[in-house]
Design a protein around this ligand. Structure first.
Ligand SMILES: NC(=O)c1ccc[n+]([C@@H]2O[C@H](COP(=O)([O-])OP(=O)(O)OC[C@H]3O[C@@H](n4cnc5c(N)ncnc54)[C@H](OP(=O)(O)O)[C@@H]3O)[C@@H](O)[C@H]2O)c1
Length: 312
């Protein structure tokens, strides 16, 4: 089968479109024919060398988020009680966790990492959901403990993770302030943001104070300035890097970095929202698998207008 593989860590040149063996189906696994593989910033970060820190050893096939059709179902192993009731022909989507291997014609991964694709959701949309939605969910609910009526600032509200966070926060009745650039204001407001701050024209820390939660998806100076917007006892959660413990002490706030983990129960709840039309997804580009370098460049620009999809 065709797949995108790296033989070594490095820049886009390390990526090759190669002919490789189809993956073997293990116990409790599904073999899925990939219809859409989403590109995430973590993919090119792994390619650049982050994979080494994760203990991954090249050669490896990139890609951790897919939608596709079940080709075969593995046998039940001793460690789990079932393979999710899946049968060949089911349309599914999921986050593959550390197993990776999504930029390919077929992927084999634990059945617990997949849910059934809603009938009226296309493959590109479904593949765009798990990473962004699970990261937003774990960031704002598990770490941020966001509750109805609280005020949350979401930086990068037009991004894949930020736009999920806006919708999830709004869905539980929080007051949502999003940051982004002017061209994305309408999009972010339509997702449910109560206020929008154009990061190119205004400093959010001069407009906001006493917030309950900040969910930062931008990092660097943005994350640093976000401390000033929180009330004492507030929470700053980042998807990018661990916020400063020193500043946390000074401002009297709690800080956390979300490291998204697969979570079948949360994915099932997210799927429920998707099926009910409560989660909208924006797809910026759909490219053939062979154009992976272009896809990585667009993602690494930090200015893609939505998710980038690779089609095998
Ligand atoms: N820790 C984890 O488990 C985890 C999981 C998923 C993602 N992440 C990380 O979270 C970050 C965001 O990921 P993503 O997939 O959401 O990225 P993305 O979709 O590529 O984000 C791009 C968006 O960010 C906006 N943006 C850029 N600079 C901004 C600024 N200074 N202020 C406000 N908005 C800005 C862009 O808008 P304009 O083009 O209009 O500027 C664009 O809409 C990445 O660093 C990723 O690695 C971490």
């Amino acid at each position: 089968m065709k797949a995108v593989r790296i033989e070594r860590y490095g820049n886009e040149e390390a990526v090759e479109f190669a002919e490789v063996e189809r993956p073997q189906l293990g116990e409790n696994q599904l073999l899925v024919k990939v219809r859409a593989a989403a590109v995430n910033p973590v993919d090119w970060k792994i390619r650049d060398g982050l994979g080494e820190m994760f203990g991954l050893k090249p050669p490896l096939i990139l890609g951790c988020e897919v939608a596709g059709t079940v080709e075969a179902v593995g046998s039940r192993g001793p460690s789990r009680t079932d393979v999710g009731g899946f049968v060949a022909g089911d349309d599914v989507y999921g986050y593959l966790g550390a197993h990776s291997g999504g930029y390919a014609e077929y992927v084999a991964a634990p059945a617990s990492e997949f849910v059934r694709k809603p009938k009226h959701t296309d493959f590109d949309t479904a593949a765009s959901v798990p990473v962004a939605a699970l990261t937003a969910w774990q960031g704002i609910f598990d770490h941020g403990e966001l509750a109805s009526g609280q005020r949350i600032l979401i930086t990068g509200a037009s991004g894949a993770v930020g736009s999920m966070a806006v919708q999830l926060a709004k869905n539980i009745g929080a007051y949502v302030i999003g940051t982004g650039s002017e061209r994305n204001e309408e999009f972010v407001r339509k997702l449910g943001a109560d206020e929008f701050i154009d990061y190119k024209k205004a400093k959010f820390e001069e407009e906001m104070s006493a917030l309950d939660v900040v969910f930062d998806t931008v990092g660097d100076g943005t994350q640093q300035r976000a401390f000033q917007t929180l009330k004492r006892g507030g929470v700053l959660v980042s998807t990018v890097s661990p916020p400063s413990a020193e500043d946390a002490k000074e401002f009297g706030v709690t800080v956390a970095m979300v490291v998204m983990m697969p979570n079948p129960d949360q994915l099932a709840e997210i799927d429920h929202l998707l099926e009910g039309g409560k989660l909208k997804v924006r797809v910026a580009a759909v490219l053939p698998l062979a154009e992976v370098k272009k896809a990585h460049q667009l993602s690494a620009s930090g200015h893609a207008d939505g998710k980038i999809i690779l089609r095998p």
